[in-house]
Design a protein around this ligand. Structure first.
Ligand SMILES: *Cc1c(COP(=O)(O)O)cnc(C)c1O
Length: 405
C-alpha cells in the first residue's frame, strides 16, 4: 500500500512518453462494473477499458483461469505448441466461419497479419501487381505503420512518412465508390462492420453485401476488422453474424482476452494455406497464459444467456439515453448495436465530447468518446441492470451540468 500511496498522476508526466493524456485520477481496483481510484472515489465503468473488459473487473471466471494457468505454464514460444492455445483455436473454429487461427497480442497485430496475408494471396493468385488495398475514410485499424496507414484518419499517419504504398481510402457505406476502387490489382478490402473509433457508425447491409459480391468476383480478400465489435459486443458472437455476409479473414482482439492482451486472425483453410512456415510470426502469440484466460472468457460469453443479456442492456441504455436527451436536448442520435453505443452530440455541442467525458468522471461514471462529437459506451458485457441505472443517473447529472456550463 505504501508504495502505491506515493504514486501520483504527476508521475505520469514525469516518466511517461507523452502519447497519452490520461485522466487526473488513478484507478487502483475494480469489481464488476465499479472501479475505485486512489482516494476511494467510486466510478461506474461504462468505458470497459475501451471495449476490452468483457466480464468487467475481477470476474471469478477470468481470475480462476488466470491463476490456475499461472501455476502451470506461462510461456513456451511458438517453437512448441500448448494446450490452452489449441483449446481456444478449437472454440474459435467451431463457432465461426473460420478453419484456422493465428494468434498475436493486439488488434493492430491481428490486422498486420491479415494485411500481410492478403498481399501474399494477391501475389499468388494475381502476381506482383495485385497488391492494392481498399480501406475506408475514418476507419481505425491500429498503430503499426502498416495498420495506421490502412486506417482512414490521416492525422494518425501523416507524420510518419514514408508510409506503405498501395492503400486507398474511400467513403464508408458508398458501394459505388468501392466498386470503382476495386480493380484486378486489388488484393484486399478491409472494413469494420461498425466503425468504432470513427464514431460508432454502422455499415449498412447493402454495402457489406455488395463488397462481398464484388470481392468474390475480383478475387479480392475481404477482411472484417472485428477488433472492437467481436466476442459478443454487438449481442452476437461476431458482428458479421448479424449481416449474412461472411468475410475471408476476420480479426479479433479487445474483448477476446477480457483484459488480458491477446489478438487473433481467423480465416479459411484456403487462405490460411497461402501462408507457409516462416512467412509470419510472433514470440508471445498464443502463449498459454493469454490463451487460457481468453478461452474461459470466450466460453463464458458465447452463451445464449450472456448474448441475450447484451441485447437487453442495449435497450436499457438506449431508453435511458433517450430520456436524458428528452430533458436536456443534447443528442441528435443514439446508434450502435449491443453494448457498443454512440450518442451523437447536437451541432451546438460539436467538438465538446471530451469535455462531457471529463465531467462524467467528476460525477462518478466513466464514458468514452469516439471522435470530437460522439460519446461512446462500451461497458462489460455482463454489466447489471443496477449498474446501468446508477451510471446513467450519474451521467444525467453530468449532462445537466454540461448544458448549463
Ligand atoms: C482498437 C482497434 C484496433 C487496434 O487494436 P490494438 O489492440 O490497440 O492494437 C484495430 N481495429 C479496431 C476496429 C479497433 O477498434
Amino acid at each position: 500500500m505504501q508504495a502505491q500511496d506515493q504514486i501520483t498522476r504527476q508521475n505520469f508526466d514525469d516518466w511517461m512518453v507523452p502519447v497519452f493524456s490520461p485522466a487526473e485520477f488513478i484507478l487502483v481496483r475494480g469489481e464488476g462494473s465499479r472501479v475505485w481510484d486512489q482516494q476511494e472515489k467510486e466510478y461506474i465503468d461504462f468505458a470497459g477499458g475501451i471495449a476490452v473488459n468483457s466480464l468487467g473487473h475481477a470476474h471469478p471466471v477470468a481470475i480462476n483461469a488466470l491463476t490456475e494457468q499461472a501455476k502451470k505454464l506461462w510461456h513456451v514460444s511458438n517453437v512448441y505448441t500448448n494446450e490452452p492455445v489449441l483449446r481456444l483455436a478449437k472454440n474459435l473454429v467451431e463457432n465461426t466461419f473460420a478453419d484456422k487461427v493465428f494468434f498475436c497480442n493486439s488488434g493492430a497485430e491481428a490486422n498486420e497479419a491479415a494485411l500481410k496475408l492478403a498481399r501474399k494471396v494477391g501475389l499468388k493468385v494475381g502476381g506482383e501487381h495485385k497488391n492494392h488495398i481498399v480501406s475506408f475514410k475514418n476507419s481505425f485499424h491500429g498503430r503499426t505503420l502498416f495498420t495506421v496507414t490502412a486506417g482512414g484518419q490521416p492525422k494518425y499517419s501523416q507524420d510518419f512518412a514514408p508510409l506503405p504504398k498501395g492503400i486507398e481510402h474511400i467513403e464508408y457505406n458508398d458501394l459505388e465508390a468501392a466498386k470503382a476502387a476495386i480493380t484486378e490489382n486489388t488484393c484486399a478490402v478491409i472494413v469494420e462492420p461498425i466503425q468504432g473509433e470513427g464514431g460508432v457508425v454502422p455499415a449498412n447491409l447493402e454495402f457489406l453485401k455488395g463488397l462481398r459480391e464484388y470481392c468474390t468476383e475480383k478475387q479480392v480478400v475481404l477482411i472484417f476488422d472485428e477488433v472492437q465489435t467481436g466476442v459478443g459486443r454487438t449481442g452476437s458472437l461476431y458482428a458479421y453474424m448479424n449481416t449474412g455476409v461472411v468475410p475471408d479473414i476476420l480479426t479479433t482482439a479487445k474483448a477476446l482476452g477480457g483484459g488480458f492482451p491477446i489478438g487473433a486472425m481467423l480465416t479459411t483453410d484456403h487462405f490460411a494455406n497461402m501462408y507457409a512456415v516462416g512467412d509470419h510470426g510472433t514470440t508471445y502469440g498464443g502463449n498459454p497464459l493469454a490463451s487460457a484466460v481468453a478461452n474461459a472468457v470466450f466460453e463464458f460469453v458465447n452463451t445464449e444467456e450472456v448474448l441475450q443479456g447484451v441485447q437487453n442492456s442495449h435497450k436499457q441504455f438506449v431508453e435511458g439515453l433517450q430520456k436524458i436527451s428528452q430533458t436536456a436536448s443534447i443528442f441528435d442520435e443514439i446508434r450502435g448495436q449491443g453494448l457498443l453505443i454512440g450518442a451523437v452530440l447536437k451541432p451546438e455541442f460539436a467538438g465538446k465530447a471530451g469535455e462531457l467525458m471529463k465531467l462524467a468522471s467528476d460525477y462518478g461514471v466513466l464514458v468514452l468518446v469516439a471522435g470530437p462529437n460522439v460519446i461512446r459506451f462500451a461497458p462489460s458485457l455482463v454489466i447489471s441492470e443496477d449498474e446501468i441505472n446508477e451510471g446513467l443517473l450519474r451521467f444525467s447529472k453530468a449532462v445537466h451540468h454540461f448544458i448549463k456550463a
